[in-house]
Design a protein around this ligand. Structure first.
Ligand code: SF4
Length: 213
C-alpha cells in the first residue's frame, strides 16, 4: 500500500468510527488482523455462551483457534456435521447466547451497518437477543452510505458467497444478481441499522486489512 492509500484509509476509518459512535455503536480499531482475536477476547468474559454467524472474517483472523484457549461455550453451527434440524436448533440457541459474533456486509462512513441475509438468523442475533454483539469488519467493508452498502452486498458479496457455498442460484453461475426466486436465495432480508438497537450493546471492530467478502 502506498503512503497516500494509507493516509486516505486512515482518514476514512477515523470518519467512520466517529460516525458509528455518534449513532451509539462502540467503535474500535485494530491495525493487524492477527491482533483482532486478542482484542475480541478482552471483551468476552470467561464462562459465557458465545454464538457465531457465518463469517469468513472470523476464520481469517484466527478467532476459532483463540476461542479454543478460553473457557467459553462456543456455539458454531459450521463446526460440525449437523442435520438440518440440528442446524436450525443451534441457530435458535444462538439467538439467546450471551455474546454474538460475526461480520457486517458493509459499514457506512455515516455510521450505519448494512446486512443482507437468507434465513435472517444473523441479522436477528445482531439486533436483539444476545446482549453483546461484536462485528469484525475489514476496512474493505467501509462504503459511503446505505445505497452503496446495498450495492456492495447485493452485487458483490451475495454472488461471491453463493459461489463459495455452492448454492443453486443464478448469481453463482453468472456472477450477476438476477433478483431470483431460488429456494436457496441468500438475500431475502435487507437490514440497515441506522443507530444501535436500544437493548443490544454492539461493538464494531474495524481491522486495518481487507477481510471477508
Ligand atoms: S437475488 Fe438470487 S441471484 Fe440475486 S444475489 Fe440474491 S441469490 Fe443471487
Amino acid at each position: 500500500m502506498t503512503e497516500f492509500q494509507t493516509w486516505y484509509e486512515g482518514l476514512q476509518v477515523e470518519r467512520t468510527m466517529k460516525a458509528l459512535r455518534k449513532n451509539n455503536f462502540d467503535a474500535q480499531f485494530v491495525a493487524k488482523a492477527t491482533d483482532a482475536a486478542g482484542v475480541i477476547f478482552k471483551m468476552i468474559p470467561d464462562g459465557v455462551t458465545v454464538g457465531v454467524g457465518g463469517s469468513m472474517t472470523l476464520n481469517q483472523i484466527g478467532f476459532f483457534e483463540e476461542a479454543a484457549k478460553h473457557p467459553i461455550k462456543l456455539l458454531n453451527p459450521s463446526a460440525q456435521q449437523l442435520s438440518p434440524e440440528e442446524f436450525i436448533r443451534m441457530r435458535r440457541k444462538i439467538l439467546l447466547a450471551d455474546v454474538f459474533l460475526c461480520s457486517s456486509n458493509a459499514v457506512t462512513e455515516d455510521g450505519k451497518l448494512y446486512n443482507i441475509d437468507g434465513t435472517g438468523n444473523r441479522v436477528g442475533a445482531m439486533t436483539f437477543g444476545p446482549k453483546k454483539v461484536i462485528l469484525v469488519c475489514g476496512v474493505n467493508k467501509i462504503v459511503k452510505d446505505v445505497t452503496e452498502a446495498h450495492k456492495r452486498a447485493q452485487e458483490w458479496a451475495a454472488p461471491m458467497n453463493a459461489k463459495r457455498l455452492a448454492l443453486k442460484t443464478p448469481c453463482a453461475e453468472t456472477g450477476v444478481c438476477a433478483d431470483c426466486a431460488s429456494p436457496q436465495r441468500i438475500c431475502n432480508v435487507y437490514v440497515a441499522m441506522a443507530k444501535k438497537p436500544s437493548r443490544t450493546d454492539i461493538t464494531v471492530l474495524l481491522v486495518g486489512e481487507p477481510l471477508g467478502l
